[in-house]
Design a protein around this ligand. Structure first.
Ligand code: SIN
Length: 529
């Protein structure tokens, strides 16, 4: 097997990975491994924008307050302070680097409104903000010769030696297995929406980094908290497509099949209630009325709607809908994973030499429910901080293994009741079976029996998949499936374990928040099962 070396290895090319690469470019050789094209990440699909306390009526303290309220008692407040204070600095830097944003008549950046923000705070570039940020960062990365990007690289393992991460193993574009060694390694692999049948995420969002971290022995936390976006396009003849919350920020309303607005019946903040509340209310309204739910913008100025949301308007047009005039059918879809590889405020994981930033990481800034448009901000801020910490680690020389205690062990392993009728080796269908199972049993409404059953089936699939990669390590597709089932099982287990409802995690059998027993971050680590 070929072995390469670099100084700094970055796995993933979304906002966190690219910002880290820029920070590291002057400190040594940087290698980015990316699974597809560099532009293909959740970052590129982010519509609403990037939140930052830039307005005259705003402050980092107010931004922190909103973030912590949305997080439903589980935010790490020190990390939130880093996010909102440093966020202003790093967003200004992006503007200095040439990020184009929508501006008002006075030439100032126009700030959008989204759910659970108490003021207008969301900087945006039409409805394709992530793409614009990706463009700015990618152009900068391309301008430095010390950064090399390897496309179509499927990373399967973080290499660990004497308690420290020392590199990664991957399949290159030609399907060859390769090792690359590095002084510091950053997981910046993004989200995992693809483990659910309904998702706003692109095909690459399969949670690889969480599986890599877990198998390498890093601590994971908060995996039960999965955010479901309430308004994905809901047409059987079209793929799920995000209909940004920014539309409701500009006055769009959710209505039922009878054309009646219904959200104020569920929450005093109506259409701008926290995202998890809106998503569950939407399902309840469908159950109550037996009809579909729509987003309507018909009462707004049509020219403004088309100009403010050109990408969404075009998607709607492709399926014969006029965004400004027609009711747009919407439904919930998996959108964002709040949990992930546990990190401190410098993106350091529990495994020496291994860092994580962006959606793959759990810094604690989102708690149980992420505030809209804080995700790009998190990737930007902690990607930049990872670069600083990685340089320090590399120059400190010897890496020390982490000795932190594990405060919470996973419950005893659940013994499968019986084989899934799909069978452990049904290759053709097992990914869609996992996605279907996750959507039904580990989705918006969760309960003990269905979670228990899901964990049993996923454990069985996990063991079969693990045996497969051990027996056939050069089968890239087997690794892909192993990774997917790893994170699905971890999320299902975490959801079964938390016997309360909080933020995005709703247990029908434990519908109340229970601070006395559950106000803590539950941790998973391999071997503590
Ligand atoms: C949206 O535009 O509705 C999504 C933004 C986000 O997830 O923060």
């Amino acid at each position: 097997m070929a072995t390469d070396s670099t100084d700094f290895l970055i796995i993933g090319s979304g906002i966190a990975g690219l910002r880290a690469a820029i920070g590291l470019a002057g400190a040594g050789r940087v290698t980015i491994l990316t699974k597809a094209e560099p532009s293909e990440s959740n970052t590129g699909y982010a519509q609403g924008g990037i939140a930052a306390a830039l307005g005259d009526d705003d402050s980092p303290a107010l931004h922190a307050e909103d973030t912590i309220r949305a997080g439903d008692g589980l935010c790490d407040e020190a990390a939130v302070r880093v996010l909102v204070e440093q966020g202003v600095v790093y967003v200004r830097e992006l503007l200095d680097w040439g990020m184009r944003v929508d501006r008002g008549a006075d030439g100032q950046s126009a700030l959008g409104r989204e759910a659970a923000h108490s003021v207008r705070r969301v900087l945006h570039a039409g409805d394709a903000t992530g793409r614009e940020i990706g463009r700015v960062l990618w152009e900068r990365v391309c301008s430095v010769s010390s950064v090399m990007t390897v496309q179509h690289a499927l990373v399967t393992e973080v290499l660990v030696d004497q308690g420290a991460a020392v590199g990664a193993r991957f399949f290159d574009e030609g399907g060859r297995r390769r090792d690359i060694r590095a002084r510091a390694i950053l997981l910046a692999t993004g989200g995992a929406g693809q483990i659910f049948r309904e998702t706003t995420n692109p095909l690459v969002a399969t949670g690889d980094g969480v599986a890599l971290g877990f198998h390498a022995g890093a601590r994971l936390t908060d995996l039960e908290f999965v955010q479901f976006h309430p308004t994905a396009l809901n047409r059987t003849d079209a793929p799920r497509f995000l209909i940004s919350e920014a539309l409701r920020g500009e006055g769009a309303r959710l209505v039922n099949a009878g054309g009646e607005p219904f959200m104020t019946g569920y929450h005093p903040d109506g259409d701008l209630a926290p995202r998890d509340v809106v998503a569950r209310s939407l399902v309840r309204e469908v159950d109550r009325t037996g009809g579909a739910v729509f987003l309507t913008l018909a009462h707004l100025d049509a020219a403004y709607v088309q100009q403010r949301f050109p990408t969404i308007a075009e998607k709607c047009r492709q399926i014969g809908l006029d965004l400004a005039r027609d009711p747009i059918p919407v439904g919930p879809a998996a959108h964002y994973i709040m949990g992930g590889v546990e990190t401190d405020e410098w993106a350091r994981t529990s495994l020496a030499g291994l860092f994580a930033a962006g959606e793959v990481a759990c810094t604690g800034v989102h708690g149980a429910n992420r505030l809209a448009s804080n995700s790009l901000l998190e990737g930007l801020v902690f990607g930049a901080r990872a670069a600083i910490a990685m340089q320090q680690t590399a120059s400190a020389g010897r890496l020390k293994p982490d000795r932190r205690q594990i405060p919470f062990a996973s419950p005893a392993r659940v013994v499968p009741r019986e084989m899934d009728e799909k069978g452990e080796t049904d290759d053709k269908d097992d990914i869609s079976a996992v996605r279907d199972l996750m959507w039904r049993a580990v989705g918006l409404f969760r309960g003990r029996d269905s979670l228990h059953d899901a964990v049993a089936r996923l454990t069985q699939a996990y063991e079969a998949r693990e045996a497969r990669v051990r027996a056939a390590p050069s089968d890239g597709e087997a690794w892909r499936r192993f990774s997917l089932v790893t994170i699905a099982r971890l999320i299902a287990r975490a959801a079964l374990r938390r016997e309360e409802s909080r933020g995005s995690h709703f247990r029908s059998d434990f519908p109340a928040r229970d601070d006395e027993h559950w106000r803590f971050h539950a941790v998973d680590v391999r071997g503590a099962e």
